[in-house]
Design a protein around this ligand. Sequence first.
Ligand code: ATP
Length: 362
Amino acid sequence: MTQYEIAVIPGDGIGPEVIESALAVLRSSQRHFEFDLKFTSYDFSAELYRRTGRKITAADMDEIGTRDAVLFGAMGLPDVRDEEGLELGAQVEMRAHYKLFASLRPVRLFAGVPNAVRAEQIDMLVIRETSEGMFAGLHDHHEPSDDQATDRMTITRATCQTLFREAFAQARARRQRGTVGRVTLLHKSNALRSNVLMEKVFDEIAAENLDIESSKYYIDAGSMYMITDPGRFDVIVSENIFGDITSEIAAGLVGGLGVAPSADVSSTHGVFQPSHGSAPDIAGTGTANPVAMILSASMMLAWLGDKRGDQTLNDAAQSINDAVQQVLATGPRPKDLGGEATTAEMTNAVLEALQANLASHV
Ligand code: ATP
Protein backbone atom coordinates (compact mmCIF):
# COMPACT_ATOMS: atom_id res chain seq x y z
CA MET A 1 0.00 0.00 0.00
CA THR A 2 1.53 3.36 -1.02
CA GLN A 3 2.01 5.80 1.80
CA TYR A 4 1.51 9.52 1.20
CA GLU A 5 2.92 12.06 3.62
CA ILE A 6 0.65 14.99 4.24
CA ALA A 7 1.75 18.18 6.02
CA VAL A 8 -1.14 19.65 7.99
CA ILE A 9 -1.18 23.34 8.94
CA PRO A 10 -4.39 24.10 10.87
CA GLY A 11 -3.61 27.84 11.34
CA ASP A 12 -5.97 30.34 12.96
CA GLY A 13 -9.63 30.93 13.71
CA ILE A 14 -11.86 28.27 12.17
CA GLY A 15 -8.82 26.72 10.42
CA PRO A 16 -8.19 24.08 13.13
CA GLU A 17 -11.95 23.39 13.43
CA VAL A 18 -12.47 22.60 9.75
CA ILE A 19 -9.12 20.76 9.47
CA GLU A 20 -10.36 18.36 12.17
CA SER A 21 -13.42 17.62 10.02
CA ALA A 22 -11.33 17.03 6.89
CA LEU A 23 -8.95 14.71 8.74
CA ALA A 24 -11.87 12.68 10.08
CA VAL A 25 -13.22 12.28 6.53
CA LEU A 26 -9.79 11.37 5.11
CA ARG A 27 -9.20 8.80 7.87
CA SER A 28 -12.56 7.19 7.22
CA SER A 29 -11.91 7.16 3.48
CA GLN A 30 -8.46 5.60 3.76
CA ARG A 31 -9.82 2.74 5.87
CA HIS A 32 -12.16 1.77 3.08
CA PHE A 33 -10.01 2.47 0.02
CA GLU A 34 -6.85 1.13 1.62
CA PHE A 35 -4.44 3.94 1.02
CA ASP A 36 -2.16 5.24 3.72
CA LEU A 37 -1.92 8.91 4.63
CA LYS A 38 0.67 9.90 7.21
CA PHE A 39 -0.20 13.28 8.70
CA THR A 40 2.41 15.60 10.25
CA SER A 41 1.04 18.69 11.92
CA TYR A 42 2.83 22.07 11.85
CA ASP A 43 1.87 24.88 14.17
CA PHE A 44 2.28 28.03 12.09
CA SER A 45 -0.29 30.72 12.73
CA ALA A 46 -0.80 34.43 13.32
CA GLU A 47 -1.56 33.42 16.90
CA LEU A 48 1.90 31.83 17.23
CA TYR A 49 3.44 35.03 15.80
CA ARG A 50 1.53 37.12 18.32
CA ARG A 51 2.79 34.97 21.21
CA THR A 52 6.38 34.32 20.13
CA GLY A 53 7.24 36.39 17.04
CA ARG A 54 7.86 33.12 15.15
CA LYS A 55 7.00 33.09 11.43
CA ILE A 56 7.30 30.34 8.88
CA THR A 57 10.83 30.39 7.38
CA ALA A 58 12.34 29.19 4.10
CA ALA A 59 13.87 26.24 6.02
CA ASP A 60 10.41 25.32 7.40
CA MET A 61 8.96 25.44 3.91
CA ASP A 62 11.83 23.34 2.55
CA GLU A 63 10.98 20.67 5.11
CA ILE A 64 7.22 20.89 4.59
CA GLY A 65 7.84 20.78 0.83
CA THR A 66 9.34 17.30 1.09
CA ARG A 67 5.85 15.97 1.94
CA ASP A 68 3.55 14.85 -0.85
CA ALA A 69 0.99 17.59 -0.26
CA VAL A 70 -0.01 20.28 2.23
CA LEU A 71 -3.44 20.50 3.83
CA PHE A 72 -3.97 24.03 5.08
CA GLY A 73 -6.80 25.39 7.23
CA ALA A 74 -6.70 29.18 7.28
CA MET A 75 -4.19 31.70 8.53
CA GLY A 76 -4.32 35.32 9.57
CA LEU A 77 -6.05 37.41 12.21
CA PRO A 78 -7.09 41.00 11.51
CA ASP A 79 -5.31 42.38 14.59
CA VAL A 80 -2.03 40.52 14.04
CA ARG A 81 0.10 42.43 11.52
CA ASP A 82 3.73 42.22 10.43
CA GLU A 83 6.24 45.08 10.42
CA GLU A 84 4.68 46.46 7.20
CA GLY A 85 1.16 46.48 8.55
CA LEU A 86 0.08 43.48 6.46
CA GLU A 87 -1.84 40.45 7.74
CA LEU A 88 0.23 37.34 8.32
CA GLY A 89 -0.35 34.45 5.96
CA ALA A 90 1.97 31.52 5.34
CA GLN A 91 -0.19 30.69 2.30
CA VAL A 92 1.22 33.76 0.52
CA GLU A 93 4.80 32.76 1.41
CA MET A 94 4.22 29.17 0.31
CA ARG A 95 2.90 30.36 -3.04
CA ALA A 96 6.19 32.18 -3.63
CA HIS A 97 8.42 29.47 -2.13
CA TYR A 98 6.92 26.53 -4.01
CA LYS A 99 6.17 28.65 -7.12
CA LEU A 100 2.49 27.76 -6.91
CA PHE A 101 1.38 29.67 -9.98
CA ALA A 102 -2.29 28.67 -10.08
CA SER A 103 -5.04 28.66 -7.51
CA LEU A 104 -7.80 26.34 -8.70
CA ARG A 105 -11.17 27.30 -7.28
CA PRO A 106 -14.05 25.18 -8.49
CA VAL A 107 -17.64 26.04 -7.61
CA ARG A 108 -20.76 24.00 -8.23
CA LEU A 109 -24.34 24.72 -7.44
CA PHE A 110 -25.30 21.79 -5.19
CA ALA A 111 -28.90 20.68 -5.02
CA GLY A 112 -30.50 21.90 -1.81
CA VAL A 113 -28.19 24.91 -1.33
CA PRO A 114 -29.94 28.27 -1.55
CA ASN A 115 -28.14 30.48 -4.06
CA ALA A 116 -28.08 34.14 -4.92
CA VAL A 117 -29.07 34.05 -8.58
CA ARG A 118 -31.64 32.38 -10.77
CA ALA A 119 -29.64 29.63 -12.44
CA GLU A 120 -30.37 26.00 -13.22
CA GLN A 121 -26.77 24.98 -13.13
CA ILE A 122 -23.49 26.56 -12.12
CA ASP A 123 -20.29 24.60 -12.58
CA MET A 124 -17.17 26.66 -13.07
CA LEU A 125 -13.51 26.65 -12.17
CA VAL A 126 -11.84 29.97 -11.41
CA ILE A 127 -8.07 29.85 -11.88
CA ARG A 128 -6.36 32.67 -10.08
CA GLU A 129 -2.71 33.36 -10.93
CA THR A 130 -0.89 33.52 -7.61
CA SER A 131 2.76 34.43 -8.13
CA GLU A 132 2.66 37.90 -9.69
CA GLY A 133 -0.04 40.29 -10.99
CA MET A 134 -1.25 42.90 -8.53
CA PHE A 135 0.58 41.18 -5.66
CA ALA A 136 3.93 41.22 -7.50
CA GLY A 137 5.25 44.17 -5.52
CA LEU A 138 4.41 42.77 -2.11
CA HIS A 139 8.07 42.51 -1.13
CA ASP A 140 9.28 45.67 -2.90
CA HIS A 141 11.20 48.07 -0.75
CA HIS A 142 9.11 51.08 0.18
CA GLU A 143 9.24 53.97 2.58
CA PRO A 144 6.16 54.00 4.82
CA SER A 145 4.17 57.17 4.18
CA ASP A 146 0.76 58.52 5.07
CA ASP A 147 0.65 60.55 1.84
CA GLN A 148 1.32 58.02 -0.87
CA ALA A 149 1.58 54.26 -1.35
CA THR A 150 2.11 52.24 -4.51
CA ASP A 151 1.48 48.62 -5.46
CA ARG A 152 3.05 47.11 -8.55
CA MET A 153 1.29 44.93 -11.12
CA THR A 154 3.77 42.87 -13.13
CA ILE A 155 2.78 40.13 -15.52
CA THR A 156 5.33 38.00 -17.35
CA ARG A 157 5.04 36.03 -20.56
CA ALA A 158 6.49 32.90 -18.93
CA THR A 159 3.92 32.82 -16.12
CA CYS A 160 1.06 33.58 -18.53
CA GLN A 161 2.10 30.70 -20.77
CA THR A 162 2.18 28.21 -17.88
CA LEU A 163 -1.07 29.56 -16.45
CA PHE A 164 -3.02 29.48 -19.71
CA ARG A 165 -1.72 26.03 -20.65
CA GLU A 166 -2.98 24.82 -17.26
CA ALA A 167 -6.35 26.51 -17.90
CA PHE A 168 -6.80 24.77 -21.27
CA ALA A 169 -5.70 21.43 -19.77
CA GLN A 170 -8.24 21.85 -16.96
CA ALA A 171 -10.99 22.70 -19.47
CA ARG A 172 -10.13 19.58 -21.47
CA ALA A 173 -10.25 17.42 -18.33
CA ARG A 174 -13.56 18.97 -17.25
CA ARG A 175 -15.09 18.40 -20.71
CA GLN A 176 -14.56 14.68 -20.15
CA ARG A 177 -17.03 14.88 -17.30
CA GLY A 178 -19.58 16.84 -19.27
CA THR A 179 -18.80 20.56 -19.17
CA VAL A 180 -18.65 22.53 -22.41
CA GLY A 181 -14.85 22.96 -22.41
CA ARG A 182 -14.32 26.72 -22.60
CA VAL A 183 -11.65 29.02 -21.16
CA THR A 184 -12.52 32.66 -20.48
CA LEU A 185 -9.92 35.31 -19.73
CA LEU A 186 -11.00 38.19 -17.49
CA HIS A 187 -8.70 41.17 -17.96
CA LYS A 188 -8.44 44.93 -18.31
CA SER A 189 -6.26 45.36 -21.39
CA ASN A 190 -7.98 48.61 -22.32
CA ALA A 191 -6.43 50.29 -19.27
CA LEU A 192 -3.45 48.27 -17.98
CA ARG A 193 -0.23 47.65 -19.93
CA SER A 194 0.41 44.41 -18.05
CA ASN A 195 -2.98 43.16 -19.23
CA VAL A 196 -2.21 43.97 -22.86
CA LEU A 197 0.61 41.41 -22.63
CA MET A 198 -1.61 38.97 -20.72
CA GLU A 199 -4.28 39.14 -23.45
CA LYS A 200 -1.68 38.72 -26.22
CA VAL A 201 -0.26 35.56 -24.62
CA PHE A 202 -3.78 34.25 -24.00
CA ASP A 203 -4.55 34.56 -27.73
CA GLU A 204 -1.34 32.68 -28.58
CA ILE A 205 -2.12 29.81 -26.19
CA ALA A 206 -5.77 29.72 -27.32
CA ALA A 207 -4.50 29.27 -30.89
CA GLU A 208 -2.54 26.20 -29.72
CA ASN A 209 -5.72 24.71 -28.19
CA LEU A 210 -8.34 25.09 -30.87
CA ASP A 211 -10.29 22.04 -29.63
CA ILE A 212 -11.27 24.12 -26.60
CA GLU A 213 -13.43 27.23 -26.95
CA SER A 214 -11.99 30.49 -25.69
CA SER A 215 -13.50 33.86 -24.87
CA LYS A 216 -12.44 37.10 -23.20
CA TYR A 217 -14.21 39.82 -21.27
CA TYR A 218 -13.07 42.93 -19.50
CA ILE A 219 -13.06 42.18 -15.79
CA ASP A 220 -15.86 44.64 -15.07
CA ALA A 221 -18.25 43.27 -17.70
CA GLY A 222 -17.19 39.70 -16.93
CA SER A 223 -18.02 40.18 -13.24
CA MET A 224 -21.49 41.31 -14.23
CA TYR A 225 -21.99 38.33 -16.57
CA MET A 226 -20.97 35.98 -13.75
CA ILE A 227 -24.08 37.14 -11.91
CA THR A 228 -26.50 37.73 -14.80
CA ASP A 229 -25.51 34.71 -16.90
CA PRO A 230 -23.22 32.32 -14.96
CA GLY A 231 -23.97 29.48 -17.38
CA ARG A 232 -21.66 31.00 -20.00
CA PHE A 233 -18.58 30.24 -17.85
CA ASP A 234 -16.65 26.99 -17.59
CA VAL A 235 -12.99 27.76 -16.77
CA ILE A 236 -12.27 31.38 -15.86
CA VAL A 237 -8.65 32.47 -15.72
CA SER A 238 -7.28 35.76 -14.45
CA GLU A 239 -4.41 37.55 -12.77
CA ASN A 240 -3.89 37.56 -9.02
CA ILE A 241 -6.22 40.23 -7.64
CA PHE A 242 -8.92 39.89 -10.30
CA GLY A 243 -8.87 36.14 -9.66
CA ASP A 244 -9.09 36.70 -5.90
CA ILE A 245 -12.22 38.80 -6.30
CA THR A 246 -13.73 36.69 -9.07
CA SER A 247 -13.38 33.49 -7.09
CA GLU A 248 -15.35 35.03 -4.21
CA ILE A 249 -18.08 36.17 -6.62
CA ALA A 250 -18.17 32.57 -7.87
CA ALA A 251 -18.39 31.30 -4.28
CA GLY A 252 -21.22 33.75 -3.62
CA LEU A 253 -23.12 32.35 -6.61
CA VAL A 254 -23.27 28.88 -5.12
CA GLY A 255 -24.04 29.63 -1.49
CA GLY A 256 -20.90 31.29 -0.14
CA LEU A 257 -17.40 30.57 1.08
CA GLY A 258 -18.50 27.62 3.20
CA VAL A 259 -18.83 25.45 0.07
CA ALA A 260 -15.87 26.79 -1.96
CA PRO A 261 -12.69 24.67 -1.95
CA SER A 262 -9.35 25.60 -3.49
CA ALA A 263 -5.97 24.20 -4.45
CA ASP A 264 -2.74 26.16 -4.98
CA VAL A 265 -0.61 24.10 -7.33
CA SER A 266 2.56 23.92 -9.38
CA SER A 267 3.68 20.88 -11.33
CA THR A 268 5.47 19.62 -8.20
CA HIS A 269 3.71 21.05 -5.12
CA GLY A 270 0.13 21.40 -3.95
CA VAL A 271 -1.37 23.31 -1.02
CA PHE A 272 -5.04 22.54 -0.42
CA GLN A 273 -7.15 24.95 1.56
CA PRO A 274 -10.69 26.33 1.50
CA SER A 275 -11.25 29.63 -0.33
CA HIS A 276 -12.31 31.18 2.94
CA GLY A 277 -10.08 32.76 5.57
CA SER A 278 -9.91 32.24 9.32
CA ALA A 279 -13.37 33.78 9.90
CA PRO A 280 -12.56 35.12 13.38
CA ASP A 281 -16.16 36.32 13.74
CA ILE A 282 -17.40 32.73 14.10
CA ALA A 283 -14.27 30.99 15.43
CA GLY A 284 -14.93 28.99 18.58
CA THR A 285 -18.70 28.92 18.07
CA GLY A 286 -18.64 25.45 16.50
CA THR A 287 -20.72 26.70 13.55
CA ALA A 288 -18.13 26.85 10.75
CA ASN A 289 -19.22 25.01 7.64
CA PRO A 290 -16.57 22.29 7.07
CA VAL A 291 -17.66 21.53 3.48
CA ALA A 292 -15.11 23.80 1.74
CA MET A 293 -12.28 22.20 3.73
CA ILE A 294 -13.57 18.66 3.11
CA LEU A 295 -13.85 19.37 -0.64
CA SER A 296 -10.30 20.82 -0.57
CA ALA A 297 -9.09 17.55 0.99
CA SER A 298 -10.89 15.70 -1.80
CA MET A 299 -9.10 17.91 -4.37
CA MET A 300 -5.84 16.89 -2.68
CA LEU A 301 -6.64 13.19 -3.18
CA ALA A 302 -7.58 13.76 -6.84
CA TRP A 303 -4.40 15.79 -7.46
CA LEU A 304 -2.23 13.13 -5.85
CA GLY A 305 -4.11 10.42 -7.74
CA ASP A 306 -3.49 12.16 -11.10
CA LYS A 307 0.14 12.91 -10.26
CA ARG A 308 0.99 9.39 -9.06
CA GLY A 309 -1.31 7.48 -11.37
CA ASP A 310 -3.12 6.06 -8.31
CA GLN A 311 -6.76 5.56 -9.31
CA THR A 312 -7.66 4.53 -5.74
CA LEU A 313 -7.13 8.11 -4.65
CA ASN A 314 -9.30 9.44 -7.49
CA ASP A 315 -12.06 7.00 -6.50
CA ALA A 316 -11.77 8.09 -2.88
CA ALA A 317 -11.99 11.75 -3.92
CA GLN A 318 -15.13 11.06 -5.94
CA SER A 319 -16.77 9.22 -3.04
CA ILE A 320 -16.13 12.20 -0.74
CA ASN A 321 -17.67 14.57 -3.32
CA ASP A 322 -20.70 12.28 -3.62
CA ALA A 323 -21.16 12.18 0.16
CA VAL A 324 -20.96 15.97 0.43
CA GLN A 325 -23.41 16.40 -2.44
CA GLN A 326 -25.84 14.03 -0.74
CA VAL A 327 -25.65 15.79 2.63
CA LEU A 328 -26.17 19.21 1.06
CA ALA A 329 -29.21 17.90 -0.81
CA THR A 330 -30.89 16.23 2.15
CA GLY A 331 -29.56 18.10 5.18
CA PRO A 332 -28.50 18.72 7.83
CA ARG A 333 -27.63 22.24 6.83
CA PRO A 334 -25.02 24.52 8.44
CA LYS A 335 -25.71 28.06 9.63
CA ASP A 336 -24.18 29.84 6.62
CA LEU A 337 -26.62 27.93 4.38
CA GLY A 338 -29.62 28.83 6.51
CA GLY A 339 -29.66 25.80 8.84
CA GLU A 340 -28.70 25.07 12.43
CA ALA A 341 -26.17 22.23 12.12
CA THR A 342 -22.84 22.59 13.90
CA THR A 343 -19.45 21.79 12.40
CA ALA A 344 -19.46 18.44 14.23
CA GLU A 345 -22.98 17.56 13.03
CA MET A 346 -22.08 18.38 9.43
CA THR A 347 -18.91 16.31 9.69
CA ASN A 348 -20.80 13.35 11.13
CA ALA A 349 -23.41 13.59 8.38
CA VAL A 350 -20.69 13.48 5.71
CA LEU A 351 -19.02 10.53 7.48
CA GLU A 352 -22.32 8.65 7.66
CA ALA A 353 -23.11 9.30 3.97
CA LEU A 354 -19.60 8.20 3.04
CA GLN A 355 -19.84 4.99 5.02
CA ALA A 356 -23.36 4.21 3.77
CA ASN A 357 -22.32 4.70 0.12
CA LEU A 358 -19.17 2.65 0.53
CA ALA A 359 -21.01 -0.17 2.33
CA SER A 360 -23.55 -0.36 -0.50
CA HIS A 361 -20.71 -0.71 -3.07
CA VAL A 362 -18.94 -3.61 -1.35
P1 ATP B 1 -9.20 36.20 3.84
O1 ATP B 1 -8.91 37.56 3.30
O2 ATP B 1 -8.22 35.69 4.84
O3 ATP B 1 -9.56 35.20 2.77
P2 ATP B 1 -11.83 37.14 4.32
O4 ATP B 1 -11.70 38.55 4.73
O5 ATP B 1 -12.25 36.82 2.92
O6 ATP B 1 -10.50 36.34 4.70
P3 ATP B 1 -13.21 35.09 5.75
O7 ATP B 1 -12.42 34.71 6.93
O8 ATP B 1 -13.11 34.18 4.58
O9 ATP B 1 -12.83 36.55 5.36
O10 ATP B 1 -14.71 35.30 6.16
C1 ATP B 1 -15.64 36.09 5.38
C2 ATP B 1 -17.05 35.86 5.91
O11 ATP B 1 -17.48 34.54 5.56
C3 ATP B 1 -17.13 35.94 7.42
O12 ATP B 1 -18.36 36.53 7.83
C4 ATP B 1 -17.11 34.48 7.85
O13 ATP B 1 -17.75 34.23 9.06
C5 ATP B 1 -17.79 33.77 6.69
N1 ATP B 1 -17.22 32.43 6.51
C6 ATP B 1 -16.01 32.13 5.99
N2 ATP B 1 -15.81 30.81 6.01
C7 ATP B 1 -16.90 30.25 6.55
C8 ATP B 1 -17.27 28.88 6.85
N3 ATP B 1 -16.47 27.84 6.58
N4 ATP B 1 -18.46 28.67 7.43
C9 ATP B 1 -19.29 29.69 7.70
N5 ATP B 1 -19.00 30.99 7.45
C10 ATP B 1 -17.81 31.26 6.88
